[in-house]
Every structure is written in C-alpha cells, then in structure tokens.
Design a protein around this ligand. Structure first.
Ligand code: GLA
Ligand code: ZN
Length: 690
C-alpha cells in the first residue's frame, strides 16, 4: 500500500465518476437500475449525488422525502460505488422563495431577482440560513454514517453577491469592526476626493453600478466583504454536518481564478479543494497556451491546501454553454483528464453521469447519452480512462514538490482592474501571470501558485508578476526571502498601492525606504502605456548575468527605471526611454531580485526562464523537452512518477534520462532512454528517487 492514500480518507485508488442526478429519473426505476451496471462497466467508482435535489427532498415546507435517496445510496453502496453527498443549497424549491422572499438576491441595481435559475440566494438571509441549516441537519442525521458516503459536496459553485438591506447593514458592521472610527475609514478610503466624506455610517452603501470607479477603497472592501459572506455561509452549512461526523471531509467546487471571491479565504473552511474544469480545447490552432493555462489552474487548486485536490467536474465530451460546443478529438479526453492527475488531482469526475431529457442541460455532454448505453465514442474513452486510472492507483495520494512559486493575487487583480489607468484597454493580469508560468511549464518544472500571504521560504524561485497591492509585512518577507538566498522576479506595476488602495509615497516600488526598493535596487519613475500595435525595441547587454542573447520587443506597458544598486540586464533601444534599463538584477544578501520593466511576447519569457533555471540551478526532470510536451512529477515514498503529456496532434519523441523507468499504463520497462508518444498521448512512468 502507498505511503499516502487518496486525499479522501479510506480511499486507496483514484476516484472516477460524475454528478449523478437521479431525482430527474424517479419515474424510471428501470433506468436507475441500469445506471449502476453502466457505472461499473465504465469503471466509475464515485458519484456526486443530490446537488440539485432540494425540491425532491422537501417538496413542501417541513415535509421530507428521503426514501428515494435511501434507495439510490443503498444501491450504490451495494455495488461498491462511493458518494459525495451534496447539500442542496445551490438551488431551492419554489415554495421557499414564495414564502420567504428575503432569500431572493438583490442585484447591484437594487432590483430583487425573481425565483428561478440557481446559485442566486442572499448569503445573509435569515430564512435561507435557517432552511439550509434544517435540510443539512436532516441529511447529516440520516447519511453521515452511510456506507456509500465518503464526503460532503457543499452546495455548488458558490458565486455572486447580494445588495439587499440585510447585506448592506452587515457590510456597515463589518466596516465598523475593520476601521473603528469613521474618521479612519474616511482617511483610508481617501474620501476627501470629490467630497465623498461620510459623516454617518448609515451613508455607506455597497458600490452602485454607476459609481464603481470613484471610491476604490469602498470597492475593494466590498469585494473582501462578499468573500467573507460566502465563507460564513459555507461555515454555516458545514456546522451540522461536522456535528454528526467530524471525519467526513467537506468539499466545495471552485472555478479557475474565479473573480467574485478570494479562494484563499474560502479554502480555509473546507477540507479538500475541488474544481470544475472546462477548457475550450481545439479552439486555437496552437493549443499550448490553453494547455499551460489549464495546468496553472490545477496547480492553484493543489497549492491552496498543499495536498492533492479533486477534479470535481469536467465534460466527458462537450459542454452546451460555450460559444461553440466542440467535441474533444480522440485522445483529448484522456489527455486532459490525466493532466489534472499530473498536477495533483486524486480524481477525474464529470458533469454529468446521464444526460438530462429536458431543460437547459439536455444537450450538455454526459457519460450516458440519450441513447442509454456507454458503447459510444465518449463512453469508450471514459471506460478506457477508468482502466488507466486503476492501473496507476499507486500514484493516488502522492505529493508534488515545487521549487518554484508564482504569485496570483486576488486583491492586486481587483484593484488594478478598478483603477483608471495606466492602460484601460487591458493590463491582462491573468494572462501575464500565465505567461510567466508558461516559462516553467515548457521546461517541465512543477510550480506552486501562491498568494502574497503565503510562505515564500520553501521555494528557490518566487515570481510575482504585477504585484500592485502590497499588504503589510509582505515587502519585508520578500526582502528576507532574497537575502537568505532566494531568487525573486517581479515586473512593472509592482508595489504601487497599500492594502486600502492608497498609493505609496516617495517612489515605487513600495515607497521611500521600502524593503522593495532595496530588494530590487531600482526606482520606477513612470510608466508608459502603448497602443496595441506599438512595440519598443529592447536589447540585452553583453556579458549579462543570465547570458541572454536575443533582442526583444516590449508591448503594452513600459516602465522608466533608475538603477540604485541594481545592474541592467537589458535596455530599451527605441522610443521615450531609449538607453535606460528594461530588465535589471540586484544582488541582495545571498540571493537576487530581477525586475522586468515591460511586457513582452512569449519568446522573451521562454528564453528568460530557460536561462534563469540554468543559472540558478533549478532542477528539471528531463532535458531537451520538445515544445508541446508537458512534464510534471508526483512523489510517493522512494518513487517518483513522471507524467509526460503530448499536447500536439502529432507524434513526438522524448529523450529520457539514462535510467530505468517503468511505464505504468503499458506495463513495461523503458531502458533505452527514448519515449515515443502518439498525438495527445500521456505516459506515466515510475522511477526510483535518486
Ligand atoms: C457547472 C455546474 C454544473 C453544470 C456544469 C455544466 O460546472 O456546476 O451543475 O451546470 O457547469 O458545464
Ligand atoms: Zn442580501
């Protein structure tokens, strides 16, 4: 048995399954019966049940019907299929909205929403909190020790915000606790601007749709507050569940770099992170950008709790809500599913098991299509993946070691977006982070995706693109990371504002006497914004520490730097800042800090990170990786597992190191140092750790 088993207690192999919505088929017991055999045939061993079952569980207020769910769970248990049992708060019965209208959300135009859709309740509604508490408690009483149930699926894809009176008054209380006095709040929010000074707490309201750009401190705090609302709601959901069985893990499903909430706060109240992954495969001729982007999201999910995550949803074939509902080409389903595993998932799960007959998701991909069996192109790929997951079960629970961390920061993102200037046409924060990430992804180097409050000390390299907002203590921690030998990379638009969105005074990054100024050894005087098609020439300086050779173009944003203790690695060769540095390095203590003053194309990041990795001795699992091949590693005891993925629609040869590998899927040893991969093929190799 492995040293770690799955991230889900008492599970020893990969979970493979789907959202299962039997409440849509209660008048078809024959279909419910068939489902279980089909699940077994397609090597599915887990189902998420009850996500949208509230109306079937409590058809009238206080009248509960659990018999059908008993039947479903008992049948699954009897057949060895595990269950993530959901709390049903994602959508509510009509009687609830009708009888208790305070559960309905008020949008930012202050318009109360009608009943319908889903994921649209007020998180502070006393009646919703009460009713959710009751149904969750009933579910917990009945099923917390059911043999099928291995965890709780809390609600579904929490999202959005509410502007009702209850939420407004909670917001004011939250602000009082945060700022103490109105004078302090006025100062921190810079309300003297345009005469926005508040003279009474009751004058403060959530951002209005028109005034979103005026008080940045208010906008930022509102976003922080809505995260706190969802955290409190989630905690309220969890309480009755943990009271009955504290050992059952609670999980909720996240979505990428979701805009509405700071996931670093929400992850604290759950046991296991999971997420719903729907990349637009086959949209672009070059899929590598998307492959690397998706990899980065997986890495975030793993990093948040520094343990494996779950791929809670993905489509087995196509979605129905993207602009083009494209099918996955042969092989892509297995590749994209194993990509999640490669980056630390202990499951591959789908939306959904059986395709709905009616309503909005009747054309969304499912394992079992309307035809009613799994002998389909999709069904066969799902089955084959199930077999492969079984073949690699030793890998389940194994951990990912990363020498490199990339910072993705919700507060910086929100405040940069809110700011007017320096480039309202697009700062592209998420994309910039992903471009830096790709520099490592192409070399097969594991990366953690951290936030600015994360511990930097476990890493050799920390990359913090556009870390615009700096929270207290972060500049000091970055400095000490560098001083004790770390390699730090930052970019233009770093250290501009403090945690209430007030600009630092005395020179960027970070202001006068800031540890950031010392760490980077520069002063960033001003930033120029370029039109989309403008480019500025950049030239590397001969003999530079990274041995960078090529010349580059800068685009979108160029900062004007002055060297203090840093050295120039490259300089602008045209336009306004000609002759001044555009890339610098500062030796500081035992380490060094690079500052990339402009945005570049992918070729720059490719060469920059290739050289940085070589010069600073970051370990790469394989050398000479062809472009389009992605490699990650997971570790378990004395074994290292390599996932080698071909994201190209053509066969590739990959040079292995000179040692013996064991191919876990095809079950043979590889000793000749070469791996041949078919289009979209994945190899999973085990080797002894050195
Ligand atoms: C989301 C939801 C699911 C389903 C899928 C469809 O991820 O959580 O209930 O609607 O989208 O892609
Ligand atoms: Zn509300």
């Amino acid at each position: 048995m492995s040293q770690f088993s799955s991230v889900i207690p008492n599970i020893h192999s990969f979970l493979h399954g789907a959202d299962y919505n039997p409440e849509q088929w209660l008048d078809r017991p024959d279909i419910l019966e068939q489902d279980v055999q089909l699940m077994k045939d397609s090597h599915c061993n887990v189902m998420s049940v009850g996500i949208f079952s509230w109306a079937a569980l409590e058809p009238k207020e206080g009248e509960f019907h659990f018999e059908w769910l008993d039947g479903v769970l008992d049948r699954l248990a009897k057949n060895g299929i595990s269950v993530f049992l959901a709390t049903p708060s994602g959508a509510r019965p009509a009687w609830l909205s009708q009888r208790y209208p305070d559960v309905l959300r008020v949008d930012k135009n202050r318009v109360k929403q009608l009943h319908g859709e889903r994921h649209n309740h007020c998180y502070n509604s006393p009646n919703y909190l009460n009713k959710v508490g009751i149904i969750n408690q009933k579910l917990a009483e009945r099923y917390s020790h059911h043999p099928a149930v291995i965890g709780w699926h809390i609600s579904n894809e929490y999202g959005g915000e509410c502007h009702c009176e209850t939420c407004q008054s909670h917001f004011r209380e939250w602000l009082k606790a945060r700022y103490g006095t109105l004078d302090n709040l006025n100062q921190q929010w810079w309300t003297a601007f345009w005469s926005h000074t508040f003279s009474d707490w009751s004058q403060i309201e959530s951002p209005s749709p028109k005034g979103e750009n005026s008080l940045h401190g208010l906008n930022l705090d509102w976003k922080r507050y809505r995260t706190e609302c969802v955290v409190a709601f989630c905690q309220h959901e969890i309480e009755p569940l943990k009271a009955r069985n504290p050992d059952l893990p609670v999980i909720t499903n996240f979505m990428e770099y979701f805009y509405d909430y700071d996931y670093w706060k929400l992850k604290d109240v759950i046991d296991v992170v999971s997420w719903d992954n729907y990349p637009l495969w086959h949209r672009d001729a070059d899929e590598l950008e998307l492959a690397s982007y998706t990899a980065m999201y997986h890495d975030l999910m793993r990093t948040m709790k520094q343990q494996p995550f779950l791929l809670m949803e993905s489509t087995p074939s196509q979605t129905n809500w993207q602009p083009i509902t494209k099918l996955k080409k042969n092989g892509m389903h297995i590749l994209s599913s194993l990509q999640a595993v490669a980056h630390g998932s202990d499951s591959v799960q789908y939306f959904q098991w059986r395709k709905s007959r009616g309503s909005v998701e009747k054309f969304h991909g499912a394992v079992i299509d309307h035809v009613g069996h799994a002998d389909t192109r999709t069904g066969r790929e799902v089955t084959k993946l199930g077999e492969q997951l079984a073949a690699i079960s030793d890998v389940c629970g194994s951990r990912t070691q990363s020498q490199v961390a990339i910072v993705f920061d919700w507060d910086s993102r929100w405040t940069m977006d809110d700011a007017s200037g320096p480039r309202n046409q697009g700062l592209y924060y998420e994309q910039v982070v992903s471009e830096h990430y790709r520099g490592f992804w192409e070399q097969g180097i594991n990366c953690d995706i951290i936030e600015q409050l994360s511990d930097f000390t476990p890493y050799k390299v920390v990359v913090a693109p556009m870390l615009y907002l700096i929270k207290p203590g972060v500049a000091e921690r970055l400095e000490s990371f560098v001083k004790s030998g770390g390699v730090l990379v930052a970019t233009y638009w770093t250290g501009i504002v403090n945690e209430t969105d007030l600009c630092f005074l005395g020179g960027f990054p970070g202001g006068s006497d800031s540890p950031l100024r010392r760490t980077f050894g520069i002063w960033a005087e001003e930033i120029d914004s370029l039109y989309d098609d403008e480019r500025v020439d950049c030239q590397t300086i001969s003999g530079n520490v990274l041995n960078l050779q090529a010349d580059y173009k800068a685009k979108h944003l160029c900062e004007h730097l002055h060297l203090e203790t840093a050295q120039a690695v490259a300089s602008y060769q045209s336009d306004l800042f000609e002759g001044t540095p555009c890339l610098t390095v500062n030796q500081h203590g035992q380490g060094c800090a690079y500052y990339v003053a402009a945005r570049h194309d992918v070729e720059f990041y490719r060469e920059f990170y290739r050289q940085l990795v070589a010069v600073h001795g970051v370990i790469t699992p394989l050398n000479n990786l062809p472009l389009g091949i992605s490699v990650t590693t997971r570790e378990q005891g004395d074994k290292e597992y390599l996932f080698i993925m071909n994201f190209l629609n053509s066969a590739q040869n990959v040079e292995l190191n000179k040692q013996t590998y064991y191919d876990l899927i095809n079950k043979h040893a590889i000793t000749d140092g070469v791996l041949e991969l078919n289009p979209y093929e994945v190899a999973i190799l085990a080797k002894d750790k050195m």
